[in-house]
Design a binder for this molecule. Structure first.
Ligand code: LR7
Ligand code: MN
Length: 576
């Protein structure tokens, strides 16, 4: 496998894919400050100076890109045009064995050409866009630990095949102490033969993806750094819209739409263009539907850049100088996790803009489990990284994170003083500003009266989600004082919420369910009467009452009757 001749069956894109379609504008005629970007530099509601146009890439000449040459389909080859690979039944055992190596179907990946063809998944209107002719060059940084040969090299080839050669400065592979022979000299020899300058750096010992990326970034000679995971496939036209956005405002950090490469079949599946990045109380990154507010700001143009509260973290482009100005990465973070939220908050709070560019699509192999080791333990590492995010960027909202688990409260963030002084030096805004201006839909409520346990004064029992999923009844159980499932926020919108779930009653006699918070009042509106200690459901006028013996595990809705079983205390914060 992996021999270059034979694999290398594509027409390489010309160095210059630009054509002059008579819309060429003379360099001097362009007023760089207001070329085709009405909202350039405008941080929502912010007082930051407009980033304006970077002086580095000054010239803005509008040119239309040729419909890019696509890698030719090889008939009969598995996976061509992004189709799923079928494994013959006699190979199923082998397939299962090999799956364990990387937690994806390695056998399938190995059957697919390193240069496989993909369909052009972009929205129709993306193909007619005009981009500045002189875009900055970029270096691609790909870090990996024990990555499979074919996924790694398919990532590299997809970059080579689908990026204008003039924009591609180099590809930097950072090996984070892999233990696989083929990632040693064999890889170096292979990349030396590639038509684009590509080299391998190695961390001395296992460093984690954050420090590995920092090492890669140090060797970047292009004007823009583009980070990719080691199991991606770039599609036609992915790069130009990213770089062009950075030209308009060098404080914009841009992500492609991250499509799905199936971990089972390696099918290329286009992702929704109306999801953005958010996070929950546990500080897990999550995809959510883009709210109407942001759709409207974009004039319902599905190809317009989408301002996202957070990014997934693996795939993005950033102006190299800006990367360092804004504090690169937190070197105190290990192995995996947290750095994506850290960078997202930092970008927004410190005057940048974070966007998803819908005309840029890159596929990524999503998998269920991590294939590699976490030296010292997964929980310890992930909680350590998350605690650093909470300590440096979340202000009082760090309580939501700590409320969720004892593990989180016990984990040490280590020394964060450098990052706190960075925040001061950059004069970054507060987390409140972020919630107000960037992410009003956040699960961390902007204004709330209370965060803690909700205790019934008669029975010493507490409301408890019991770890149940949405649309199930809320529970009630012995107050343990440890937070987690017994933590609720009583918000100014009069919701009683736990992470993404809100107490919700659809009829006068209950049940009281946990339903995804919709922030629109209705069945999710509760008034706490601090005198009577009632929790009264606005729509039905009924009061929340402790469980009876018949149904001891769930609270009831009953007419308000001044009984002790309807008194609730919201006063205990946790002992952390
Ligand atoms: O110790 C390590 N050293 C490494 O070099 C651990 C990992 N790595 C490499 C690894 O080989 C891979 O190339 O780092 C890269 C990312 O690791 P993955 O692929 O295991 O991570 P992921 O895809 O599950 O996780 C997402 O969140 C991570 C949080 O730290 C990183 O930000 C990943 O880059 C990020 N991936 C994406 O954004 C792709 C979309 C996934 C989503 C959502
Ligand atoms: Mn990944």
């Amino acid at each position: 496998r992996c021999k270059r001749s034979g694999e290398y069956d594509v027409e390489l894109p010309n160095a210059e894919r630009l054509v002059d379609d008579n819309q060429l504008v003379d360099d001097n005629e362009i007023n760089t400050e207001k070329s085709f970007d009405g909202d350039s530099g405008g941080v929502i509601g912010a007082g930051f100076a407009s980033g304006g146009i970077s002086m580095t890439y000054r010239t803005l000449v509008l040119k239309k890109w040729f419909q890019a040459p696509t890698v030719r389909e090889v008939k009969g080859k598995p996976g061509e045009m992004g189709k799923p690979v079928k494994i013959p039944s006699d190979l199923k055992e082998l397939m299962k064995e090999k799956f364990k190596e990387n937690q994806f179907n390695l056998l399938a990946s190995d059957m697919i050409s390193l240069n496989r063809s993909l369909t052009d998944v972009r929205h129709e209107n993306c193909r007619h866009k005009h981009y500045p002719a002189k875009l900055p060059t970029t270096s691609i940084v790909i870090v990996f630990h024990n990555e499979a040969w074919t996924t790694l090299l398919r990532t590299v080839w997809s970059v080579i095949n689908r990026s204008p050669r003039s924009l591609l400065k180099e590809i930097i592979l950072v090996d984070d102490a892999s233990e696989r022979d083929f990632l040693g000299k064999k890889l170096e020899d292979y990349v030396a033969t590639l038509p684009v300058r590509t080299f391998v750096l190695r961390t001395e010992k296992r460093s984690g993806l954050i420090r590995a990326r920092l090492l890669g970034a140090q060797h970047v000679t292009g004007e823009v750094i583009t980070f990719l995971d080691a199991h991606c496939e770039c599609t036609e036209g992915w790069l130009e819209p990213l770089l062009s956005r950075i030209v308009q405002n060098r404080r914009t950090v841009v992500c492609p739409i991250i499509d799905v490469i199936s971990d089972e079949t390696f099918e290329y599946i286009t992702a929704s263009d109306s999801t953005w990045g958010g996070f929950n109380w546990k500080l897990n990154f999550r995809w959510y539907r883009v709210p109407q507010r942001e759709m409207a700001r974009r004039n319902n143009d599905r190809t317009a850049p989408l301002r996202t509260p957070t990014m997934a973290g693996g795939l993005f482009s950033i102006d190299k100088d800006y990367f360092y100005e804004i504090g690169s990465y937190d070197e105190g973070m290990d192995i995996w996790g947290g750095e994506n939220l850290e960078m997202s908050f930092r970008i927004w709070q410190c005057g940048g803009i974070l966007e998803i560019i819908p005309c840029s699509h890159v596929g990524h192999v999503f998998r269920d489990k991590s294939p590699y080791t976490f030296p010292g333990g997964v929980a310890k590492i992930v909680l350590h990284n998350a605690a650093r995010v909470a300590e440096v960027w979340l202000d009082e909202w760090r309580d939501f994170y700590y409320a969720m688990s004892t593990g989180a409260r016990k984990a040490s963030a280590g020394d964060v003083s450098d990052r706190i002084s960075l925040r001061e030096r950059l004069k970054c805004k507060s987390f409140r500003w972020y919630l107000e201006n960037v992410y009003p839909e956040s699960l961390m409520p902007l204004d709330y009266y209370y965060l803690g346990e909700i205790r019934n004064s008669e029975t010493e029992t507490c409301l408890d989600t019991m770890g149940r999923k949405y649309n199930e009844k809320v529970g009630i159980s012995y107050c343990h004082g440890l937070g987690g499932n017994q933590v609720f926020a009583y918000t100014k919108r009069q919701q009683i919420m736990s992470d993404d779930l809100c107490l919700d009653a659809a009829s006068a006699n209950g049940p009281v369910n946990m339903v995804r918070c919709h922030n629109m009042g209705g069945n999710q509106e509760w008034v706490y009467d601090a005198e009577e200690k009632w929790i009264r459901h606005t729509n039905t006028g009924q009061c929340l009452q402790r469980a009876t013996r018949d149904d001891a595990s769930t609270p009831l809705l009953r007419p308000c009757d001044y009984s002790k079983g309807q008194q609730w205390l919201m006063e205990s914060k946790f002992k952390w």
